[in-house]
Design a protein around this ligand. Sequence first.
Ligand SMILES: [Zn+2]
Length: 709
Amino acid sequence: METVSQPKRYLVTSALPYANGLKHVGHLAGAYIPADIYTRYLRAQKRDVVFVCGSDEHGTAIPIQAMKEVTTAQAIIDKYHQAMKEDFADLHISFDVYHRTSDPLHHETSREFFTYLHDRGELETKETEQYFDVGSQTFLADRFIKGVCPHCKSVRAFGDQCESCGTALSPDELINPVSTISGQSPVKRKTTHWYLPLARHEEFLRKWILEEHKDDWRASVVGQCKSWIDGGLQSRAVTRDLNWGVQVPLDDAAGKVLYVWFDAPIGYISATKQWALDNNKDWKPYWYDQDTQLVHFIGKDNIVFHCIIFPTMLKLHGNILPANVPANEFLNLEGDKMSTSRNWKLEMRDFIQAFVKKDNGGDQCVDMLRYYLTQIAPESKDSEFTWKGFQDAVNSELVSIFGNYVNRTFVLMHKLCGGKVPRYHSDIADEKDNQLIQDIAAAKARIESLLEQYKFREALFDVIDLSRKGNRYMQEKEPWILAKTVAENPANQQLIDNCLYNCLQLTANLAILINPFLPSTARKMCYMMKVVDKMLDWQNAGSMKLLSMGYSLREPQLLFRKIEDQEIAEQIQLLKSSAMQVAENQPVSPDQPVQPVNDLKPEIVFDDFGKIDLRTGIITAAQKVPKADKLLQLEVDLGFEKRTILSGIAMHFEPEAVVGQHVVVVANLAPRKMRGIDSNGMILMAEDASGKLHFVSAGEASLGGWKVS
Ligand SMILES: [Zn+2]
C-alpha cells in the first residue's frame, strides 16, 4: 500500500457566503458541515489546521438588495454579515476566523494581489463597448442587465449567469438585453478593463487537474473542469465599472473596482491574515509553504472559480494550489429545488428558531440537523431534504440505535455493576468479546481513511454501524439474564463485568468517533463518563482502556429526544404556505423596482412559431403528483390519441375543476420525464395582467382538428 506522508499543516476554507440574504440548509450541507467535520477531525488528530471563512460583501447583488430593502449597501452587508455569523455559530460551525471582504485588510490584500499580477504583465487590457443605462448613467453588468439565455432560451438570464441552466454569461451574450434599473434598452459605450488571460494557462490547468488530480478529486469536479477547459478558456475581466467594491489601484482607473469573482477568493487569504493577527501567528506558511494542504469546500456552482480561475491566480502570485476541492452537488427540499425567490427553502435560521432555540431543543437539535445533513450529504449526486427523512434519521437511527446503545450501557452498569467500571477478566474473554474489540479497531481505521478522502457520509454510517454492533453484542451477551443466576452461580458476575466493561469502552470510543460530526453529543457523553474533553483526542480511539476500573460514572441522560409527527407536519405546512404567499404576491408585488415593467419574451420569427403543432383536446382526468406541489397529472384526449401531460398549474387549479376543460396542446413537444412520469406535450396557458392563469381554449372545436398552418 502506498504511504502518504502527512502534510505539515492544513488550511481549510468554506465558500464565502454572499451577504445579500440568509443562507439555507442546502448551503450548510454543501460547504460548511463537511468542512467543519474535516476540521474537527484534524484538530482531534492534533494536526496544525486553520479553518477560515467570511462574508462576501461585494458585487452588484449587494446594491441591488439594498434597492429592494430600501436601504444602503453598507446596511445590507452589516445586517447579513452579522446574521450569517450568528447562524453558523448557532450550528457549531467552528471557524477559526469569520472575516468579511469589506474589511480594510481585505481591500489592501486584494489590491496588492492585483498590483502583483499587473506589474508582471499577467493581465491584459481591452477597450470594449459595454452596455450603458443612459437614465441612471451607469454601466450595466451582472444583475443590472437581464435578457434571454443564448443556451437555454430562458428569460431568467442575467449579465453574469443564467438562473435556469447555470451557464456563466457576459452581458454581450444576452439576447434582447434590458436594464434592470430602468427597464430600458441600454446603449453601448466605450470603457477599458483589465483581463485575466486564462487561455495562456491552459497547459498548466490540463496537466494539474486532468492528469495530476484525475484520481484523487471527485469525478464530478474533474469532469466539470474538463468541459470548461475543452470549451476554450476565455479571458475574464478582472475589473468593472461600479462604485461598490475594492478600488482598482491604478491612476487611470477611476470609477472602477475589482470584479467580485476576483476579490472574493482572495478573502480566504485576508481571513487567514486576520486570524494570524488575532492569534499572534504567521499567516505566510499557510499560503506559501508547499507542505500546507489547502482544501476548499464548496458547492458545485463554484467549481470553476475554485478549480480553474483562483488556482491560476494563485500560481501567478506564487502561492500554493489547493490539494483538493471536494465540491458537493445540490440539496433539494421536499421534491423541489430550493429557491429564495419562490420561498421554497429552509433557512438555517428557520431551523434554529423552530428547534434549537425552542424548549426541548438546544444542542441536541443542532446535532440532529448535522446528523441528517451528513447522512444525506450530496457528495456524488443531488440529494433531498424531507422533514419525514429528518424525523426517520433522528428517531430510528440517532435515538433507536446510537442513543439507545449508550443509554442501555449506562443503565445496566448502574444496575448490575454498582455504577462503577467493572474489572475485565481477560482469562475468560470469549470470541464475541474479542470480535467486538476488533470491530472497534477496524471501525477507527475505516472512518479515518474515509474522512481523509472527504467521504463524510460513509464515515458517519460506520460510526452508527459500530453502535449497532454494540447493541447486538449486548443482546447476545444478555447480562440482565445472567444477573438472575449470580446468586446461584457467583462466577457469572465475571461474565456480566466483561460485557459491561466492553460496552463502556465502546461508549468512550463512540464519543471519540462521533465527535467530528456531532460535537455536542460527544461532550455530553464525556460529561456522563466524567472524563475531560481531552479523552476525545483521535489517537485514543481503538483503546479498550479509556475508562479505568473502579471509576464511577454519572447517571445517564438521554442523548436525543424523538421528533414528533406534529413537529414535522407544522414545518411542511409552514413551507407550503410561505411558498404559496410568494406565488400569490409575485405579480403585484410593489417592492420590485428592478423588474422591467413589461416582461415580454424576445421577438421570434414566423418560422420559429411554425414549428409548433397545436391541437385541441379535452382533459378527461386530473390528479395531483405526489411530492410535487405544483404539478398536475392530466389525461388529455386529442381525438386521435390520448396523452399524459404534466402541467405546473397545481397552485392555481384543483384537479376536479379542470376535468372537462377544453385545451390547446403543443402536440409535438419532445416528451419529458418529471417525477418519474413521462409528459407528452404541453397545455397552453395565458397569463392576464394580474398574473392569473387562464386556459387557452378553442371552445367546442372538434378534437385534434385545430392546428396552425
Ligand atoms: Zn440558460
